[in-house]
Design a protein around this ligand. Structure first.
Ligand code: GTP
Ligand code: MG
Length: 330
């Protein structure tokens, strides 16, 4: 059993709260939480200089605290005694796994499915199936491993008010899962605006620890920023916040070995005269942060997915359909 699998199963989540460490009082806890550090694991994997920035005081104190965190995780059996650095802890927890999309074509295009430790972005015009894919994945992650799942819950952050439990129920039934159980294993948060979204993302680490989730969906990650920072003068500020969001997501995907799926829409690209004159929103900030970008478009009776700008994937397309069971091959 890997370290990751133990987490959330054998150790009650409250045991992992940073406040459980001796020497962390309410004020220190508050400073750590404000920086998105909730668990003992979060504390251990931070760089000491960053912690010094957050906590003040002396470097000696910081190192002392991290040493306590390491010892505590050893006691809890979450890391081995001979592991010494945070980097090694992370390495040990890591092993990439895949979640099936439900379509073999699309899984093949992705060389196995949606990856953990990565951010996969689905972008495209309205009605291309982004939200449907998010619903399907939230069910599929709960499938047993031999059926393409990770036997684990999902976290679903909805910024567009388009999450539909009834649709989840339908997909679960088609996949021969208990719909009530499936619904219970999707932890939904509705983000009302971009700052709320950032707040929810800051607390993701703790939520993942609590629930044992292996998939995090954000539908849509970019739209709230686009809606709120409209003027040209606000572009820099918008990009800065988006950058913050994306970097937090990268950190979470790697640290907790979860798959992160985000959706994005397109905007017209006035300088493109050949090919598709649209591109995803968010510019370089989002482009550089995501691991995989999948472009969706409508075809006659199906949808077509293309993988964009990936150095590891041969260029190609996958045709899929949206149906009762989520998505599948035509
Ligand atoms: P925006 O969020 O508006 O940008 O679009 P989107 O890409 O998220 O589109 P969405 O995933 O909502 O896909 C919409 C398409 O999925 C519709 O045009 C329908 O064809 C199909 N669809 C939506 N709901 C269902 C459903 O309950 N069952 C089935 N079989 N198809 C559905
Ligand atoms: Mg949608």
């Amino acid at each position: 059993m890997s370290g990751r699998e133990k987490i959330g199963k054998e150790v009650p989540p409250e045991e992992l709260d940073v406040a459980k460490l001796s020497g962390i009082g309410p004020a220190t806890k508050q400073k750590l939480n404000a920086a998105g550090i909730y668990t003992i694991m979060d504390l251990l994997v931070q760089s000491p200089t960053y912690l010094l920035d957050i906590l003040g005081g002396s470097m000696e104190k910081v190192l002392n605290l991290q040493e306590k965190a390491r010892k505590r995780l050893e006691e809890l059996g979450l890391i081995q005694k001979d592991f010494t650095t945070a980097e090694e802890v992370m390495e040990r927890m890591k092993s990439v796994e895949y979640i099936t999309t439900g379509s073999k074509n699309l899984d093949n295009l992705l060389l196995g499915g949606i990856e953990t430790q990565a951010i996969t972005e689905f972008y495209g015009e309205y009605g291309t199936g982004k939200t449907q894919i998010c619903h399907a994945l939230s069910v599929n992650v709960q499938l047993p491993k031999e059926k393409g799942g990770l036997n684990a819950p999902a976290i679903y952050i909805d910024t567009e008010k388009t999450f539909r439990p009834s649709r989840i129920k339908e997909i679960a039934e088609a996949r021969e899962l208990d719909p009530m159980k499936v619904l219970k294993n999707i932890h939904v948060a509705k983000a009302i605006n971009s700052s709320h979204l950032l707040l929810l993302v800051k607390e993701l680490g703790r939520k993942i620890m609590e629930t044992g989730a292996r998939l995090v969906v954000i539908d849509s990650a970019v739209a709230p920023f686009r809606a709120e920072y409209i003027g040209r003068g606000q572009l820099a500020e918008r990009q800065q916040l988006l950058n913050l969001l994306m970097h937090e997501l990268i950190r979470i995907a790697e640290l907790y070995n979860v798959a992160i799926v985000i959706t994005n829409q397109v905007q017209a690209a006035p300088d493109v005269y050949f090919g598709d004159p649209t591109r995803p929103i968010g510019g370089h900030v989002v482009a550089h942060a995501v691991t995989y970008r999948i472009y969706l478009r409508k075809a006659r009776n199906a949808r077509v997915a293309s993988i964009m700008d990936s150095p590891h994937h041969p260029p190609g397309e996958a045709v899929f359909v949206i149906n009762k069971g989520g998505i599948s091959d035509p």
